[in-house]
Design a protein around this ligand. Structure first.
Ligand SMILES: Cc1cc2nc3c(=O)[nH]c(=O)nc-3n(C[C@H](O)[C@H](O)[C@H](O)COP(=O)(O)O)c2cc1C
Length: 320
């Protein structure tokens, strides 16, 4: 088994320290249980991982090899992620959310590695006797996330952990722990916050203990939160009694009891969370349905769209 620690913060600063602390927890749990777990640490801050340009080349390769063609460091990190059984990411909160590098990585990793589409593709290849996709795409993986923020209150780290969840989503990775390590400014250094360091270590131990465990038997490390799947509190509300978890896309029912807001999610909803194979198939089928509508419409409106396209291409206000 392999556990990869990724830090996207400055070298030797807080994200590095927390990530290494969690890896030390992994090693301690491996030793205690006599299991062989190899750990690896990468700081990505100087890696060049540019944004997805939506070119679609990763899904158009003639031999069906799902690989991004942009010539930068993305593939080096993708290889490490595919090799790993467990992944710990520690990343700074920038502008209330994740650092741009993590967003760039997950845009390029996520859409191209959607588990439902891959399962369908693999099925087709088997039937047609074509070369199969890399088996690593179908491996269960376990993740834990640490969002590192300077702000005193959680108000300024609100999108850190929720956005980190998007990392493992399309590959249906199981998140087994998370910590919002905010308040770093006042605390100055992780070394001056032993309770936080203990928590991070324990989160690493928990990850190690969950490797290879069936997803519905895993143990959770972190705050319980409102959503029973991502354990976060980021909800979409529209004034009705229906509430949606923004991270998992599942619907809950809101009611007030003794002046407190209570939100409950049915087992059926939990099973269709965005990071499950069921949830991913929902989206895969939705895309299939979109194609069935959009392709005939493109044909029908071909001339009108060509004319409009010419008009808008010709309109080029100067950028000085
Ligand atoms: C551009 C930038 C934006 C930041 N925005 C936030 C923020 O919105 N909320 C927050 O809590 N901290 C914010 N911070 C502080 C960092 O999260 C904090 O310094 C963290 O320790 C950086 O991680 P590192 O020490 O691993 O590099 C920001 C820092 C930078 C450089």
């Amino acid at each position: 088994m392999k556990v990869l620690g990724i830090s996207m913060g400055r070298k030797n600063e807080r994200s590095d320290i927390y990530c290494k602390q969690a890896l030390m927890g992994v090693e301690a749990a491996a030793k205690a249980s006599g299991r062989d777990i190899e750990v690896e640490f990468i700081n990505t801050v100087t890696m060049n991982i540019g944004q997805c340009r939506g070119c679609g080349a990763c899904s158009k390769a003639p031999d069906g090899i799902i690989k991004c063609i942009l010539p930068d460091d993305y593939l080096k990190l993708e290889e490490k992620v595919l090799d790993a059984d467990g992944i710990i990411i520690a990343a700074p909160v920038y502008s209330v959310g994740i650092v741009g590098q993590l967003k760039n990585f997950l845009d390029r990793f996520g859409a191209a590695h959607d588990r439902a589409s891959m399962l369908e593709e693999q099925k087709k290849r088997r039937e047609e006797g074509r070369p199969l996709l890399d088996e690593r795409y179908f491996k269960d993986r376990y993740c834990s996330y640490i969002a590192v923020g300077g702000a005193w209150t959680e108000d300024w780290t609100g999108l850190g952990l929720p956005m980190m969840h998007l990392f493992g989503c399309s590959q249906a990775m199981k998140v087994v722990g998370q910590i919002n390590a905010n308040d770093q400014g006042r605390k100055t250094s992780p070394f001056l916050d032993p309770p936080m360091m203990d928590d991070v270590f324990a989160m690493g131990e928990n990850l190690a203990n969950n490797l290879g465990v069936p997803y519905d038997e895993t143990t959770w490390f972190g705050k319980e939160g409102t959503c029973p799947v991502c354990h976060l509190n980021l909800m979409l509300v529209d004034g009705s009694d229906s509430v949606t978890c923004a991270v998992c896309g599942i619907h809950g029912k809101a009611e007030t009891k003794d002046g407190h807001l209570k939100i409950t999610f049915s087992d059926e909803e939990k099973k269709r969370a965005r990071n499950t194979v069921t949830g991913l198939y929902e989206h895969h089928n939705e895309i299939g349905e979109m194609m069935r509508i959009c392709i005939p419409l493109l044909q029908e409106k071909k001339e009108f769209l060509a004319e409009k396209g010419r008009e808008y291409r010709a309109y080029q206000p100067k950028w000085s």
